[in-house]
Ligand binder design. Structure first.
Ligand SMILES: NC(=O)c1ccc[n+]([C@@H]2O[C@H](COP(=O)([O-])OP(=O)(O)OC[C@H]3O[C@@H](n4cnc5c(N)ncnc54)[C@H](O)[C@@H]3O)[C@@H](O)[C@H]2O)c1
Length: 261
């Protein structure tokens, strides 16, 4: 019996990286998965295994239940359609993981464009808003609570050099997590987040391949290494499971101690 047995989970940004690993990890714990993403294929710049198969195909090949629904998280009506299809396909919604995110480039604010700000806030802040809003509407309709896990970042709680839009967007998602925990605790809806440090995905390949940045991150991390995708999956399963029934409004640092100093 898995820790998420028979639960129905929607995961955004599920085609690559952290979202892909969460989807596969949830399925291993018995959940039925709606993999949502703006594109069905994994990002080619990433480090994912088995990328010739979409995430939902990997899960079904392993005996799990999953489907793919394309959606852009910046569009509320598209996210609404994802939730609707999850309910049509699997009968309910139990878990929403708002994972889709973007990063543009390192630059201080005086060199950033308005387009970069709008794009970053659109996906990382409004996308989480849309996912929370649509999931909560469904949870309230069902009347039996639910779990939301937002994939934030250490950039949501500290300032990282030359990441002004990313930090602003992640801080918005972090405090939305706390705010929603306040409003929806009385409805049995838990809203939490994990805050990862740097880990190797398509998003951070340029950092990982830059020896200066790579070793600076290692030096600033008490555990002495970058995070890995598997490092993220266990904490998200915990927050999505009944083991976390009394945890809400929490930002779980999964950062090797980066923000502890
Ligand atoms: N990689 C890291 O070091 C790191 C650290 C902290 C937080 N995070 C966060 O983790 C999450 C996952 O990042 P990742 O590293 O796996 O990145 P990734 O680029 O490998 O995967 C992101 C996924 O989101 C999808 N996506 C992008 N825009 C979308 C949109 N508008 N609608 C729907 N899907 C969209 C992409 O297609 C991709 O599949 C992000 O929110 C990111 O900010 C990553």
């Amino acid at each position: 019996m898995g820790r998420l047995q028979e639960k129905v989970a929607v995961i955004t940004g599920a085609s690559s990286g952290i979202g892909r690993a969460i989807a596969i990890g949830f399925a291993t714990e018995g959940a039925r998965i709606v993999c949502s993403d703006i594109q069905s294929d994994a990002r080619p710049e990433g480090y994912d295994a088995d990328t010739q198969r979409e995430t939902a195909e990997v899960i079904t090949a392993q005996g799990g239940q999953a489907c793919f629904v394309q959606a852009d998280v910046t569009k509320g009506h598209e996210v609404e359609a994802v939730i609707r299809q999850a309910v049509e396909r699997f009968g309910q919604l139990d878990i929403m993981v708002n994972n889709a995110g973007v990063f543009t480039r390192l630059a201080p604010i005086h060199e950033k464009t308005e387009e970069e700000y709008d794009f970053t806030m659109g996906v990382n802040a409004k996308g989480v808003w849309n996912g929370c809003q649509q999931a909560i509407r469904q949870f309230l309709k069902q009347g039996d609570g639910g779990k939301i896990v937002n994939i934030v970042s250490i950039a949501g709680v500290i300032g990282l050099p030359e990441e002004p839009a990313y930090c602003a967007s992640k801080a918005a998602a972090a405090n939305l997590t706390r705010q929603l925990a306040v409003d929806y605790g009385p409805h049995g809806i838990n809203v939490n987040a994990i805050c990862p440090n740097f880990l190797t995905t398509a998003m951070t390949r340029p950092f990982h391949e830059n020896q200066d940045i790579k070793s600076t991150v290692e030096a600033l991390t008490p555990l002495g290494r970058w995070g890995t995708i598997p490092d993220m999956v266990g904490p998200v399963i915990f927050l999505a499971s009944s083991e976390a029934d009394y945890v809400t409004g929490s930002l779980l640092m999964v950062d090797g101690g980066f923000t502890a100093k």
